[in-house]
Write a protein that binds this ligand. Structure first.
Ligand code: COA
Length: 260
């Protein structure tokens, strides 16, 4: 696919995906959603990519929401398709078996906040602002915001954001657990890429299994989760990286992971 609204590059096993419509504050129109679906599909199938960083172009916005000019034209049927499609694309991000880190470089509103929520880790710049302002438009979040926000923070805080439509800043976002770290805008991307490179340097199989195990907590009970963890722990002990990692420790050297 020929991308018009995203930038995509791969460096040192890290894929950098940038939503690139800065004149519209990177708002997600239908074309951008299609391109995100395509790029995450290709990332899934690319064995060279171990980890993904997702960000927005410019210094003002990560993503300022779904494209309101397109929203304005929805009817009941097309609105259902719109929401289902966005949910499919965001679910593909959330269930990717490679970590996805959002580098939130400004406004993350509506679909932008929902996109960040679908990522596994969120790092924000000091000027980042998060919000679910859909009620101001007479609608509700349609790309998973009502579900993921309540899970990532808690239902009372999620309701406050969704019912008031108010934005919160990066410091409040870190205080309530919506983001992992906050950096000055100029350092955000490098700091995020540093974290990505650190994760990519580990045995890739261990990273994949750890991600699977933790993400399973979204859907299963503690007992089921512990059984699942035991199965994944057994599987990871069948990898070459397990032999190498433990041998390297005992031999007092750095491991040379082969990601097998
Ligand atoms: N959809 C479509 N266009 C959007 C957009 C969106 N979600 N958010 C911003 N834009 C466009 C603006 O229309 C404007 O385009 P124009 O220059 O052609 O008029 C451009 O991006 C710049 O935005 P502007 O509103 O002028 O910037 P600002 O600094 O004054 O305000 C925001 C920034 C984020 C507060 C404001 O743009 C806003 O409230 N956006 C909508 C947020 C929202 O409701 N998102 C949820 C959608 S479900």
């Amino acid at each position: 696919m020929n991308y018009q609204n995203i930038l995509f590059e791969i460096k040192n096993h890290t894929a950098l995906v940038t939503v690139n419509r800065p004149d519209k504050l990177n708002a997600l129109n239908g074309r951008t959603i299609d391109e995100l679906e395509d790029v995450f599909h290709s990332i899934k199938n690319n064995p060279e990519v171990f980890i993904v960083v997702l960000t927005g172009s410019g210094e003002k916005a990560f993503v300022a929401g779904a494209d309101i000019a397109e929203l304005n034209k929805l009817d009941v049927i097309s609105a259902k398709e719109f929401s289902e499609k966005g949910n499919r694309v965001f679910r593909a991000i959330e269930t990717l078996d490679k970590p996805v880190i959002a580098a939130v470089n400004g406004f993350a509103l509506g679909g932008g906040c929902e996109l960040a929520l679908a990522c596994h880790i969120r790092i924000a710049s000091e000027n980042a602002k998060f919000g679910q302002p859909e009620v101001n438009l007479g609608i509700i979040p349609g790309y998973g915001g009502t579900q993921r926000l309540a899970r990532v923070i808690n239902s009372a805080r999620a309701l406050e954001m969704i019912l008031t439509g108010d934005m919160i800043g990066a410091e409040e976002a870190i205080r309530i657990g919506l983001v992992n770290k906050v950096y000055p805008q100029a350092e955000l991307l490098n700091k995020t890429l540093e974290m990505a490179e650190k994760i990519a340097s580990k045995g890739h199989q261990a990273i994949r299994f750890a991600l699977k195990a933790v993400k399973a907590t979204d859907n299963i009970s503690l007992n089921e989760g512990l059984a699942y963890e035991a199965s994944l722990f057994a599987l990871v002990c069948g990898t070459e990286d397990f032999k190498e990692g433990t041998a390297a420790f005992l031999e007092k050297r750095k491991p040379q992971f082969k990601h097998r």
